[in-house]
Unconditional design. Structure first.
Length: 200
């Protein structure tokens, strides 16, 4: 099973190194890492090009982060797609291996788990975002999984669509609402930490 990881970047030289290293160090090897850059003016791209595991890089103006994510998903060739921002990392080196095992051993369309929200150095924990199993109607009360923990089969994006870029700040909520609630995708909650999300 191939896993595609999409990372959107823009002037990310101060944070992208940790993101790249966390993918490079994953124990699971069949990973396609795609960088979608918005036309960085700093050293982001020169840092990215030092990592041979990155298989696709595009750098061009976009209409925001959700547009960049859509470009990455369209470029991806993996069975499953995950999105990792340029200031986030996966929780440990076995994270992708564990995610893959859930897809292999269960009849599911997507999976998600918990994340830690940290300082910009990915060290000091500010918040534990603990998720739970999806229950019908949860989105009406504002529930949604943490986006960095979400892994979705590419076929689901093909069937039900990408991020709607008209929603400047909540396209991820809209996308998950469509997948979980409206189209009733088969979901599985992993009660483990999946990622650390850096906040500035």
């Amino acid at each position: 099973m191939k896993i595609s990881i999409i990372t959107a970047t823009y002037n990310s030289q101060n944070t992208i190194l940790d993101t790249l290293k966390c993918i490079e160090n994953q124990s699971y090897q069949n990973i396609e890492h795609i960088i979608v850059d918005g036309g960085s003016k700093d050293n982001t791209l020169s840092i990215v090009k030092e990592f041979t595991h990155v298989v696709k890089i595009i750098s061009e103006p976009d209409k925001g982060i959700y547009d960049a994510m859509n470009k990455g998903i369209n470029l991806s060739s993996g069975d499953v797609v995950g999105i990792l921002n340029s200031d986030d990392i996966y929780f440990n080196n076995d994270t992708i291996k564990d995610v893959v095992s859930h897809f292999v051993n269960n009849d599911i369309d997507l999976t998600y788990g918990n994340i830690l929200i940290t300082d910009k150095f990915l060290k000091k924990v500010k918040r534990n975002w603990m998720s739970n199993s999806f229950k019908k109607g949860s989105f009406k009360s504002g529930w949604h999984p943490p986006h960095p923990s979400l892994f979705v089969k590419k076929s689901i994006y093909n069937k039900f669509g990408l991020f709607n870029i008209k929603y400047e700040f909540c396209a991820d909520f809209d996308l998950m609402l469509r997948f979980f609630e409206i189209n009733k995708c088969k979901t599985m909650f992993i009660n483990n930490y999946i990622a650390k999300k850096g906040q500035h």
